[in-house]
Design a protein around this ligand. Sequence first.
Ligand code: FMN
Length: 349
Amino acid sequence: MEINSRLSRYDLTQTYRWNYDNAPEPAEIDVPAMRGEWTFCGRAVPSPLGIPAGPLLNGRWVLYYASLGFDVLTYKTVRSGHRECYELPNLVPVETGQLTGTEERLTESRTMNGSWAVSFGMPSADPEVWRRDIEETRNKLAAEKLLSVSVVGTVQPGWSIDDLAADYAQCARWAVDAGADTIETNFSCPNVETCDGQLYQNPTEAAIVAEAVRQAIDDRPLILKIGHMTESSNAEELLEAVGAFATAIAMTNSVATTVRGQSGDLLFAGQQRGICGEATFDASLRQTSLFSKLVRERDDDLRIISVGGVSAAEHVQSCMKAGAESVHIATAAMIDPNVALKIRRSWQA
Ligand SMILES: Cc1cc2nc3c(=O)[nH]c(=O)nc-3n(C[C@H](O)[C@H](O)[C@H](O)COP(=O)(O)O)c2cc1C
């Protein structure tokens, strides 16, 4: 199997817009099958490997990573209106070991050692643009691969939680009409200050949004993407509140903390940012185990999707053992677009 070290990747030194406009063409690579029977939200897929919301800025990025051995492709979170990206830097490598969530501050690293602070602010193209793009992308994507679309509501001054829920639902309906196979609601974004960024910590409000989206998308699978949780009681409360509406829960979005730059100043105006990549693997695996255990005890059919720090076949195996149905990779896939091909190769071995 071909491993091409010159495959294109996201350019951290360039703006989000530049990367949006300069998506690579699909690679012509022979992708080895991944032995086993795999599902995503109960639907048959060729492998458990997916890309979560983030690296796939538009349909061209979806088709690129689909050509590199990923079978569940999540379209980066979209909104009901255009939203600009935060200024550069959007991705800042950090020095850290495995994170527990108790860290107050990390330091910027001169080199990428597997983990970085992520600061995009959930930009979105205009709905007309992303709706057309999703439709075209679904038409071009191989039939056996799934296109999941991540959506978020955009809080406006004076809005109630019902208004926010309706905005999430509107985006979800548009995505389904454009051909999305599954819908993901982003309930966790440490990089925005509004309540949509912390919905997973508020079971009552999370349930209002999940119910509105469920009604808007009929029987289409619904994934709730959540942030870092360690307390069993909080996880139980969340599952109790949203379990009736969701098909799956995806975790862990990131582990949030502040970052000190090389110059000694705090980056991002001293606000927290989500740390993604290698340093979140242990936390994500623990959370997968916790939620899987609770789901088993509840005896319902909720699926768990593991996200956070995965970069090797052993990680995939650990996540599946911990109860994940599917395993998604963002950071490692951006750093090394060959990662799914490498995982497949060692899986065969
Ligand atoms: C560049 C980048 C952009 C991201 N954007 C989003 C986003 O728009 N919505 C979302 O739910 N998560 C977003 N995330 C979080 C990822 O979906 C994922 O939860 C996180 O990166 C952990 O996986 P990893 O350790 O494999 O990177 C983003 C992550 C990265 C690296």
